[in-house]
Structure formats: C-alpha cells, structure tokens
Ligand binder design. Sequence first.
Ligand code: ZN
Length: 100
Amino acid sequence: MVEEIVNEGRVKLHRFNPSGREIWTVVGSRGDQLVIESQPYCTCKHFHFAVLGGRDETCYHLSAVKKAKQASKFVKIEIDDEEYGRFLSMLASDLPPDLV
Ligand SMILES: [Zn+2]
C-alpha cells in the first residue's frame, strides 16, 4: 500500500513562495490528506480515531511521506503564498491551529 503510493507519485510536496513553507499531501483512497510528519498529524479519519485514540501508531499517509522522503520520490509543486489559505481550506476544515 505505502510502496504503491510512493511509486505512483501520490506523495506531493507543496512549496509556498516566497515564504518557503512546505506542506505535504498524500493522495489516498479517500482523496488528498494533509500530512505533518513533525507533529505528527494527518487529516485522515484513521489518524483522528485510531492514532489519536491510542489504538494505532501511525496511518499509511504518514508512512508514505516518510518513505517518499527517504527515497526522494515525490512530486514537488511550487505555489504562491497567496494561495495558502485557499489551499488549506480545500484540504480540511479542522486543522491544527498553529498551521493556520
Ligand atoms: Zn492519514
């Protein structure tokens, strides 16, 4: 599953300019999920229920980002800072406050 996602180029790094802020997303089975590896954080349901609920360590989106970084195999997208707000609201409605 994780291997497939990485090999199919479904891990994306969105780089905002000129701030240089970086946002990772993974196109999973239920659409694009926003992943923050350092937190860790993911917008998927599994992360919210199983990981935050203490029943699982991680979700496959987080694993995919880790693997993609190791393999340097991801799609890099450059975006203007002006698009940041719109980009986030497109991905999720309940983001960690320090992100917005
Ligand atoms: Zn996830």
